[in-house]
Write a protein that binds this ligand. Structure first.
Ligand SMILES: *[C@@H]1O[C@H](CO)[C@@H](O)[C@H](O)[C@H]1NC(C)=O
Ligand SMILES: *[C@@H]1O[C@H](CO)[C@@H](O)[C@H](O)[C@H]1NC(C)=O
Ligand SMILES: *[C@@H]1O[C@H](CO)[C@@H](O)[C@H](O)[C@H]1NC(C)=O
Length: 303
């Protein structure tokens, strides 16, 4: 009896629920895709990592640099935060470095790098936290970050001292994509470009980071097509800093970007033998290689 019952109930279950199961799993797949589409921004822009990054933003004074803290208003009215560290002496005669950060943390986490540019290379430095990062308002997206970088450039170009200094745009990883995008639209306003461990595009990096999602890359609304922007540059000198132990962005991406660049200003690829994705900057040969680029491409004044 009990076995008959369960058998009958089993087959009934199969007959009556199969369509719902199919419908159900289709719904799950569709909503999974929708979620992926909606939440890809939170997968790509990890502004909450490391923990506390939306609250705690270290200050340049923690690193011995004088600074002003700014609220920039982007063209779509988002208020983002920035630091400007001007040299006390001769600011107008020294280059300015605009730093565009990678996908985690905020501008404050890059102050040790800013200090190198400020103290060792005697540059003015501007750092910006993209929308949705640190204490900047809004939430990140490709379209938005573009406007954030634009707001930083606009600021520099209206500042009475910085506007006439040589400008170097420096982007790490995602920041390299932001930098390429910005410079491809404003090449005449910028004197040199440095990118570090940057990818060809988001769809091309996904198979390396998340192999299970490789067939879903067509759903990407965030593209960051650096491989296209690099080919638009015509005159600017470019430095490619490539960590050969990068476990996130295959060094091959940097190599291809380097090969695609066709700029009359010259290009230089510096491979950092022991550099992984996050610690390329802390390798001992990193800043000497930037120094070499400055001297070779921009002249003695940069040492
Ligand atoms: C950079 O290019 C954009 C798009 O062409 C333009 O709107 C903007 O004014 C330029 N920025 C500067 C500082 O000239
Ligand atoms: C590189 O730039 C030069 C000068 O602008 C141009 O003549 C040449 O066709 C370009 N090469 C490629 C591969 O785009
Ligand atoms: C890379 O690491 C190896 C092993 O620790 C070391 O011998 C080598 O000097 C390092 N290379 C550079 C350029 O720092």
């Amino acid at each position: 009896m009990s076995s008959y019952f369960s058998k009958r109930s089993g087959s009934q279950l199969a007959k009556s629920t199969l369509p719902y199961l199919i419908l159900g799993s289709t719904t799950i797949i569709i909503s999974g895709i929708a979620l992926l589409y909606t939440f890809q921004c939170s997968l790509i822009y990890t502004a909450n990592y490391p923990k506390g990054s939306r609250k705690h933003v270290p200050k340049p004074s923690d690193y011995g640099m004088n600074y002003i803290s700014l609220v920039l208003e982007t063209r779509d009215d988002v208020k983002i935060r920035a630091y400007v560290c001007k040299r006390i002496e001769g600011a107008s005669t020294r280059p300015t470095v605009l730093m565009l950060h990678g996908t985690s943390g905020n501008m404050g986490h890059r102050l040790p790098i800013a200090r190198k540019f400020f103290k060792d290379f005697k540059c003015n430095v501007m750092l910006v936290s993209y929308r949705g990062y640190g204490k900047s308002k809004g939430s990140p997206s490709e379209k938005g970050l573009r406007l954030d970088a634009q707001a930083a450039l606009d600021y520099i170009k209206q500042d009475s001292i910085l506007k006439d200094t040589k400008l170097i745009v420096f982007g790490q990883a995602l920041g390299g994509a932001v930098a390429l995008d910005l410079v491809s639209r404003n090449e005449s306003k910028v004197d040199a470009l440095i990118i570090e461990n940057t990818f060809l595009s988001i769809p091309k990096i996904i198979p390396h980071i998340a192999p299970n999602l490789r067939y879903l890359t067509f759903l990407c609304s965030e593209i960051w097509p650096s491989e296209n922007y690099i080919t638009k540059l015509q005159t600017i000198p470019i430095l490619f800093l490539s960590g050969l132990k990068d476990e996130i962005v295959p060094p091959q991406h940097m190599k291809i970007l380097y090969e695609l660049a066709n700029t009359s200003g010259g290009k230089m690829i510096q491979e950092i033998e022991n550099g992984s994705h996050h610690d390329t900057v802390s390798q001992s040969d990193y800043f000497p290689k930037i120094g070499e680029f400055f001297i070779r491409m921009l002249g003695e004044e940069f040492c």
